[in-house]
Design a protein around this ligand. Structure first.
Ligand code: NAD
Length: 266
């Protein structure tokens, strides 16, 4: 049985926000499938360099890192230009970088709203518009947007996040329709709660906004949403993403796919 990379052929993947959490999981799964990688996200330079070298060594692929701040369209543009000039095309684009902020609408800081819309929504437009011409030229491409169960349903105190995630679902569907005949798919993956720094950091503010203890937030808010009563594992999201980015995913496009322990079935 040939390895997955032999079936698919070696591709280049760029995963935004891949220094942590879900993005790192997806980047690792794509490297394991034999694809060259561009990592992006914040973190300690030394740790990121170790990660880069480890992925290269473990999977025999080329791994680059770009520190672009995706709230800045100019930096995002420069990251895409650099990746395109080095690899020729970005065959697999995973728009994953995201942040969260929890507060009632009438107390929501304007700069937090702007940052969430810029990073969780607009950055995907800036990367996608630059990746598509190369995908069209090759007649093959994958755009995968890491949305959220919050692309399908809302929760109080997350106005910017829910707006951005609903927005990215609409953006994804539009892209899917525009490129449907070109061998390119575009999908939104909608995880429920996954235990990552993004979730961990929102617990104190959610406790404050709802007048609960932090343990009550975990049991009665986060896991309450998920009938399985378990966090979704990073590896589960990563395996799903790798499947969608493979040739087997060719007919799945324009989809908004929950991986949420049953949350949005309710
Ligand atoms: P995380 O905090 O572990 O990782 C976020 C990544 O984005 C990091 O690499 C960080 O450096 C990067 N990032 C943040 N701001 C950036 C910026 N301005 N420019 C470039 N990179 C930036 O979070 P996570 O939970 O892994 O979240 C990843 C994605 O998954 C987000 O889009 C999030 O909304 C989505 N998501 C998470 C959950 C969950 O429960 N954790 C559920 C559904 C969807």
């Amino acid at each position: 049985m040939p390895p997955p990379s032999a079936l698919l052929g070696k591709k280049t993947a760029l995963v935004t926000g891949s220094t942590s959490g879900i993005g790192l999981g997806i980047a690792t799964a794509l490297a394991a499938a034999g694809h060259d990688l561009v990592l992006n996200g914040f973190g300690e330079a030394e740790e990121i360099e170790l990660l880069r070298l480890e992925l290269e060594k473990l999977h025999g692929v080329r791994v680059r890192y770009n520190h672009a701040d995706l709230s800045d369209p100019v930096a995002t543009h420069a990251m895409m230009e650099q990746a395109l000039s080095e690899f020729g095309a970005i065959d697999i684009l995973v728009n994953n970088a995201g942040i969260q902020y929890v507060a009632p609408v009438d107390e929501f800081p304007i700069e937090k709203w702007n940052a969430i819309i810029a990073i969780n929504l607009s950055a995907a437009f800036h990367t996608t518009r630059m990746a598509l011409p190369g995908m069209k030229a090759k007649g093959w491409g994958r755009v995968l947007n890491v949305a959220s169960a919050h692309a399908l349903v809302a929760s109080p105190f997350k106005s910017a996040y829910v707006a951005a995630k609903h927005g990215i679902a609409g953006f994804t569907k539009t892209v899917a329709l525009e490129v449907a005949t070109r061998g390119i798919t575009a999908n939104s993956l909608c995880p429920g709660y996954v235990w990552t720094p993004l979730v961990e950091k929102q617990i104190p503010d959610t406790a404050k906004a709802r007048g609960l203890t932090e343990q009550q937030v975990i049991d009665d808010v986060l896991l309450h949403a998920q009938p399985t009563k378990q966090f979704v594992a990073i590896e589960q999201v990563a395996a799903y993403a790798a499947f969608l980015c493979s040739d087997a995913g060719a007919s799945i496009t324009g989809s908004v796919m929950p991986i949420d322990g049953g949350w949005t079935a309710q």
